[in-house]
Design a protein around this ligand. Structure first.
Ligand code: GRF
Length: 178
């Protein structure tokens, strides 16, 4: 069973659902994440940092809840917060993230803008195992896309997301089968 963590629009969550993967529950660090609307048919819960005394307490509560929903694999689909060991140790080698660059190049939240500013000819999508760093765990799969003349952050990110929506379900399916 898969648990998905979201903070934003949730197009990657939608790709997992459309692929028929066994998503059991969706958690968010933001009550206003529109991704939650894609999961109305599933158990959802919000874990906002301000409701907890520390990140460790928040992450422990989130891991407890996912565990209760039967989750064994966790997918970060646009989850914009670091996870502590209090969470990661509960799902060893089973937390994956999708990121819009060819990691290890351009980690972080402003990756697409930074790639354009650096003038790279090629970008891509990466799915990797999650550790406590910023987009830094072992890489599981990558796909490339050309940066086009006139690309803006919006147009480039949209083409990267097309890759993500193919790559992420494929990798998660492989993890489920292992
Ligand atoms: C994706 O580009 C993902 O790589 C990054 O955040 C974005 C999330 O998009 N980590 P969405 O919420 O899945 O539409």
């Amino acid at each position: 069973m898969i648990g998905v963590l979201v903070s934003g629009t949730g197009t990657n969550l939608q790709a997992l659902l459309d692929a028929g993967l066994p998503v059991a529950a969706v958690a968010s660090n933001r009550r206003d994440a529109s991704a939650l609307e894609r999961a109305r048919h599933l158990p959802t819960k919000t874990f906002e940092l301000r409701d907890y005394a520390s990140r460790t307490e928040r992450d422990t509560a989130m891991a407890d809840w996912l565990d209760q929903q039967g989750v064994r694999i966790v997918v970060l689909a646009g989850y914009m917060h670091l996870l502590t060991s209090a969470f990661l140790d509960r799902f060893p080698n089973a937390v994956v993230n999708v990121h819009p660059s060819l990691l290890p190049e351009f980690p972080g939240a402003r990756s697409v803008e930074e790639q354009l500013a650096a003038g790279v000819a090629e970008s891509g999508a990466t799915v990797h195992l999650v550790d406590e760093g910023v987009d830094s765990g072992p890489i599981l799969a990558q796909e490339r896309v050309a940066v086009l003349d006139g690309d803006t952050a919006e147009t480039l990110h949209a083409r990267i997301k097309e890759l993500e929506h193919r790559l992420l379900p494929r990798v998660v399916e492989e993890l489920c089968a292992r």
